[in-house]
Design a protein around this ligand. Structure first.
Ligand code: MOS
Length: 743
């Protein structure tokens, strides 16, 4: 089963509307509805807040402000991942960014709560904030490290300046990337039901254990009192790794009123409250010999952070592994602003970083008059160029060659602005993809029941990626069962603890743990049968046992699993498996573990208007072994489409007076729609990375976006001869560089 394109096992429930999401639960009586009131200034403090009018509004049960909130725990900065830290809400009179919650209105209906929200009367003493990244760039500072001390802020190998200065061909350019947002289909939402001291929390979350810990430490109550339920999550992309205001506010209100309370963020609120991909300015310098071999690479990144809570995208980290060059330098710097805090957005770091580096590689290819595919192949390193360790399983060159062949790269116009089809200027572009493969502690239990069906349990989440389906496949293979005899239950804090969905680690963490759980369960079953005088397998050597078709066979003897279990364990028999933290896995010391890919894009640019149309796109990827051909392809295509958006459309615009994101809805914050995306395909090479895990599989969720935007940007240059380094590439940036209009 592993690897097959099994349809999503949760598909029918979702299509039939039977998959219940956080905001849709209704288990314990009529809930109340909370509506978040956000600050209308960017910096300053609340000097007066009067809730009387809002409280008198029809249906209103309560209005909560910073005067009413209970004592809250402070974030413990020694906890390595912020997702587990306390998340205080309505805890101060001061405002740290536009839209920050200043009150919660709770009413009998959502409409009543929303109607009362503007009746909360607030006076502010505004202060001058810093909202302009470019103007504040000189205030950049070096953070202590990236990702909680695990990754250095800067690296240097050889002597970059000397290497770059003597290189005969040099590229030295600055690229900028805008504010971007995760915007999952399902808004951030939470329903809290109080049951005595306990809270049942239906929350849309990527990591159940983190949600529980964060709520418990904010409310200062025992985590055992909190029961997280999140069987279905309508997308996350990083924005649900941690819980946000809606969850804490729902919990406060539910406890204060002793009623179930629901709070969802509106689409507009999501722009200010659930994290933003930092804007960045990236200087890339490449020095090469005339034959294309790189002598020197430097990637220096400056990005925004909220002044009060640091967030760093590890933007230059994959540059440390991508290409060979003896002289190297990477740097990350932060500019403190009074804007919403950065948070992880799909492929945090690699996505904007590869936009810059893979654009610069394209610029170098033109400077050398060399095929950009060949340039990359020529710079393939033998060992990780900064760490000096071998790669676990690197197939970038195969991705490049296979992609070039499938795409018909040989028909690419070598000269920019040289291919014309009617009013369309046509161009081809390509870029490499790389993403680190991560691993984190995860437990999964599998139970075989007396009826011969298996139940898999973990607090792992399925955020739309296909977790239910791949776990079904792993259990089916591991126990020799047809997939319809496996039931997977996820997203509850009573289940074994996982690291959830994030970092492209969810699939391999949970499937590896389940594979081990199945191994342990097979041993238990064999020992049981072998010791059972009533079993057909009694006394046989279990070494040659095969689990197939719901039974066990040893030589000519066989018995069904349900017979073994029903006779010996009428309540079922269970085993647990686990995946270790990468810090406990020596392969992470001894090897560089990444996934790879190559993107190819063809665009048409209207010669008169500079309208850019994607004509076709192909990604070829190497991710070790694929767990499900269909869900993996969907993940990769989704990432590629996001890359198209990053290249051409996405951009949060900041109001320089208030730090508000002005275009805070999906009509004005543009993302690709069906009409923008023509033919897109993703191909995965056969593979097995034996250093990654026992299944040979690596993460795919974030790889697709890595480099995808650069392939599109490079195609725009190939079509027009116009190089836009300020993303997204909107038509007003291209138009001035186009040749004069035809008569
Ligand atoms: Mo991902 S940005 O770690 O959900």
């Amino acid at each position: 089963m592993i690897g097959q394109a099994l349809d999503r096992v949760d598909g029918p429930a979702k299509v039939a509307g039977q998959a219940t999401y956080a905001y849709e639960h209704w288990d314990d009586g009529q809930p109340l509805y909370g509506f978040v009131v956000g600050a209308t200034i960017g910096t300053g403090r609340i000097t007066r807040i009067d809730t009387a009018r809002a409280e008198r509004s029809p249906g209103v049960h309560m209005v909560m402000t910073h005067h009413d909130t209970p004592a809250q725990g402070a974030p413990d900065l020694s906890i390595p991942f912020e997702y587990w830290r306390a998340f205080p809400v309505l805890s101060r009179a001061d405002v740290r960014h536009y839209g920050e919650p200043v009150a919660l209105v709770v009413a009998a209906t959502f409409e009543q709560a929303r109607a009362a929200a503007p009746l909360v009367d607030i006076e502010y003493a505004g202060e001058a904030g810093s909202y302009d990244f470019a103007a504040c760039r000189h205030q950049a500072y070096a953070p202590d490290s990236l990702i909680y001390g695990m990754i250095p802020t800067d690296t240097a190998v050889g002597d970059f300046d000397a290497g770059f200065d003597t290189a005969p061909v040099r590229i030295d350019e600055r690229y900028t990337t805008p504010y971007e947002f995760s915007q999952p289909m399902e808004p951030h939402a939470c329903l809290v039901e109080p049951h005595g001291e306990d809270l049942i929390v239906h929350v849309s979350s990527q990591i159940v254990d983190a949600a529980r810990a964060s709520i418990a430490s904010t409310l200062q109550i025992d985590p055992e009192r909190i029961h997280i339920v999140t069987p279905y999550v309508g997308g996350g992309f990083g924005s649900k790794l941690r819980i946000h205001h809606e969850t804490i506010l729902a919990a406060f209100a539910a406890r204060a009123l002793n009623r179930p309370v629901k709070v969802a963020l509106t689409r507009q609120q999501i722009f200010h409250l659930t994290g933003v991909r930092p804007t960045s300015s990236q200087r890339v310098r490449l020095g090469a010999e005339r034959d294309g071999r790189l002598v020197a690479i430097a990637h220096e990144v400056t990005m925004h952070t909220n002044r009060h809570e640091e967030y760093i995208e590890p933007t230059a980290t994959t540059t440390r592994s991508l290409y060979a060059a003896p002289h190297r330098l990477t740097r990350h710097r932060l500019v403190p602003l009074d804007l919403p805090r950065g948070e992880d957005v799909r492929a945090p770091g690699e996505a904007p970083g590869l936009l810059a580096v893979e654009s610069a590689m394209d610029e170098l290819a033109y400077a050398l008059e060399m095929d950009p595919v060949e340039l990359r192949i020529r710079n393939e390193p033998e060992l990780d160029p900064e760490r000096g360790v071998p790669f676990s399983d690197r197939h970038l060159v195969e991705c490049l060659r296979d992609g070039a062949r499938r795409f018909g790269w040989e028909s690419r116009p070598a000269q920019a602005a040289s291919l014309r089809e009617g009013r369309w200027m046509v161009g081809y572009g390509m870029a490499a993809a790389i993403r680190g493969h991560l691993q984190a502690p995860t437990k999964v239990a599998v139970r075989l029941q007396a009826d011969g069906t298996a139940v898999v349990r973990s607090d792992m989440t399925d955020i739309g990626t296909g977790t239910y389906t791949i776990l079904t496949q792993v259990a089916a293979d591991g126990l020799g069962l047809p997939p319809d005899r496996v039931r997977v239950e996820l997203g509850r804090s009573e289940f074994p603890v996982s690291m959830g969905s994030g970092g492209s680690w969810g699939a391999t963490n949970s499937c590896t743990a389940l594979h081990r759980a199945c191994e342990a369960l097979r041993e238990k079953l064999l020992a049981t049968a072998s010791n059972d005088a009533r079993s057909a397998l009694h006394g046989l050597d279990p070494a040659g046992a095969a689990f197939v078709d719901g039974g066990v066979r040893i030589g000519g003897a066989s018995e069904t699993l349900s017979e073994i279990v029903a006779r010996n364990h009428p309540d079922g028999v269970e085993a647990e498996g686990e995946t270790l933290a990468m810090t406990d896995d020596p392969n992470y010391q001894d090897y560089a573990l990444h996934s790879y890919g190559a993107h190819f894009a063809e665009v048409g640019v209207d010669a008169d208007t500079a309208e850019i149309r994607l004509r076709r796109m192909l990604g070829v990827f190497s991710v070790g072994r694929v767990l499900n051909a269909k869900t993996a392809r969907s993940q990769l295509i989704g990432g590629m489409i996001w890359g198209v958006g990053a290249a051409l459309e996405e951009e949060g615009a900041v109001d320089p007076r208030s730090g508000a994101f002005v275009n805070r809805d999906l009509a004005q914050y543009l993302v690709p729609v069906h009409a923008d995306i023509s033919e897109v395909d993703a191909v995965v090479l056969d593979g097995f990375d034996d250093k990654a895990n026992v299944l040979g599989a690596k993460g795919v969720g974030e790889l697709g976006i890595c480099g995808a935007g650069a392939a599109v940007a490079n195609a725009v240059f190939n079509a027009t001869g116009v190089r836009v380094r300020d993303f997204p590439i909107t038509l007003e940036k291209v138009l001035p560089g186009l040749p004069p209009m035809d008569d």
